[in-house]
Design a protein around this ligand. Structure first.
Ligand code: UD1
Ligand code: MG
Length: 491
């Protein structure tokens, strides 16, 4: 592909993301753009969207907390792509126009530039494609939205055209709230902070900015006036979805946007046929450990009770039921499996698989590498880590299976554990098909229990056991007839 022509046929795309602001109202040590929405830093959402646009270059303008922001981005999976990631420092921060001025040396003249804000996380790639198409590599395209309460935003001021709805009138300027007259403040169409325009024109106009305004800042929005004066068309792409252009300034706004986003995801699942007990009590998040976006894939007739959290990639096949208050990360649950309430499933890098028709929980814990076959039962207070359980195996109460290979139909008794760690190394336990392990057994790994064998309750097994045998490793029971209990001494 020719590097100067992008996939929609316009000039190569260079994205500028403004992320130097302080975010005072977050009242946090952490830079604002690193606060998480749906499990992913706000800036991560924006960079991932830029990546989806097949940008040639992404220039992130940092200032407040610059080292932290740059480190977070450089090391993250969402910032990996075909684009070139560049950081530009803005110190001090003298306004959005001043911010973009710092990016000028990093912007080739031949490109189309898209300006985004690091604190407007939910902008969608399709919307930006439409904005770029409107700019067509030749004119200024502004993303706008009408808000019931436009307080604080820059207003889209249009030419007075007699008898025409404002949508038809040309954009004349963006006026910041603090600089606006009462009449301008009544305008409800606002600038989202997102624009697309040719690099060559942007550079010329940036050089003309002054800070002669109420905030004594260099406003990027002043370039609209220059464009109009230079006879370059300024077009507004007005969208109705305010969520996409909502900016975050405070924890309250972050929480509100998180809820709105989650609600949208939940509505999507409902529309697809997933039965959510309450769409307001579901969370789908990225897994911050893996930089993996939140993805909940559901088959038909999936039921999810209240207060469940899904992280990373989770697949629920047909007829899966998830009880209330479960946390499920990076796992595949096969058809008809039932996850009872308060179960924690965390596949992390290795993943967890739950076989068809399996029953898990309540209060079960499946850790990375747990692979349960069909019809496996994992009951309350059972922990499974890096262990394979073949079809029909059961561990119903208070047990630990770590680094184990468990055969078909094995019954693993209450309170029994695999002692997989000798203080230095992990060892494997193999339990062959149809073994019955009694209650309160310790299987000291490495050890193999032969097929069809039985281990007596309370045994500490340190040597492998033959198939079919009863193995008991505990003190012999002794009964003393007519034993006299001690009696209390007289004072
Ligand atoms: C800006 C727009 C306003 C628009 C609003 C939408 C200007 C002058 N105004 O106002 O028209 O309605 O966004 O949310 O552009 N930043 C820097 N360096 C700076 C200042 C800001 O990098 O010196 C970054 C911030 O970190 C933030 C973004 O630019 O990501 C927007 O800055 P902010 O101060 O929030 O702009 P607003 O005053 O909200
Ligand atoms: Mg400001």
């Amino acid at each position: 592909m020719d590097n100067t022509i992008d996939h929609i046929g316009f000039h190569a795309l260079d994205v500028v993301i403004m992320a130097a602001g302080k975010g005072t109202r977050m009242k946090s040590q952490r830079p604002k753009v690193l606060h998480r929405l749906a499990g992913r830093p706000m800036l991560g959402h924006v960079v991932a969207t830029a990546a989806a646009l097949a940008a040639r270059r992404v220039v992130v303008i940092t200032g407040h907390g610059a080292t932290e922001v740059e480190a977070a981005l450089a090391g993250s999976a969402w910032a990996q792509g075909t684009f070139e990631l560049k950081f530009v420092r803005q110190e001090p921060q003298l306004g959005t126009g001043h911010a973009v001025q710092q990016a000028v040396p990093a912007l080739p003249d031949d490109g189309a530039v898209l300006v985004l804000s690091g604190d407007v996380p939910l902008i969608q790639a399709d919307t930006l494609r439409a904005l770029l198409a409107l700019s067509a590599g030749q004119q200024v395209a502004l993303l706008t939205v009408e808000l019931p309460d436009p307080t604080g935003y820059g207003r889209i001021v249009r030419d007075q055209v007699h008898g025409e709805a404002h949508g038809g009138a040309r954009v004349a300027a963006i006026v910041e709230h603090k600089d606006a007259s009462d009449a301008q403040r009544a305008i409800r169409e606002i600038y989202s902070g997102i624009m697309a325009l040719p690099a060559r024109l942007l550079k010329g106009w940036l050089a003309r900015l002054t800070n002669d305004n109420a905030q004594q800042e260099y406003y990027l929005t002043d370039i609209v006036r220059f464009a109009v004066a230079d006879g370059v068309p300024v077009r507004a792409h007005a969208i109705s979805d305010a969520l996409q252009v909502t900016g975050i300034n405070s924890p309250a706004q972050l929480a509100e946007l998180e809820r709105a986003w989650q609600r949208r995801l939940a509505d999507g699942l409902l529309a697809q046929g997933v039965r959510l007990a309450d769409p307001a009590r579901l969370d789908v998040r990225a897994d911050p450990r893996l930089d993996r976006p939140g993805e909940l894939l559901c088959g038909q007739d999936v039921e999810i009770d209240v207060n469940c959290v899904f992280e990373g990639r989770v697949e629920l096949a047909d007829n899966v039921r998830i009880g209330a208050n479960c946390v499920v990360a990076n796992a595949c649950i096969a058809a008809g499996a039932v996850i009872h309430p308060f179960t924690h499933i965390d596949g992390e890098k290795l993943g967890v698989t739950v076989g068809a028709g399996a029953l898990v929980g309540p209060f079960a814990r499946l850790r990375p590498g747990a692979q349960l076959g069909a019809e496996v039962h994992i009951g309350n207070f059972v922990e499974v880590k890096n262990a394979t359980l073949a079809a029909g195996a059961k561990a119903n109460h208070l047990a630990y299976l770590g680094d184990a290979t468990v055969g078909e139909r094995v019954n693993f008794g209450a309170g029994s554990i695999t002692a997989n760690y000798d203080g230095a190394n992990k060892h494997r336990t193999v339990i062959e098909a149809d073994v019955h392990v009694g209650s309160n057994c310790v299987l000291v790994a490495p050890v193999t229990l032969g097929a069809g064998g039985t281990v007596g309750g309370g045994s500490t097994i340190t040597k492998s056991t033959p198939p079919g045998a009863l193995s008991v490793a505990r003190g012999k029971q002794l009964s003393i007839a007519n034993w006299q209990r001690p009696v209390k001494h007289k004072p």
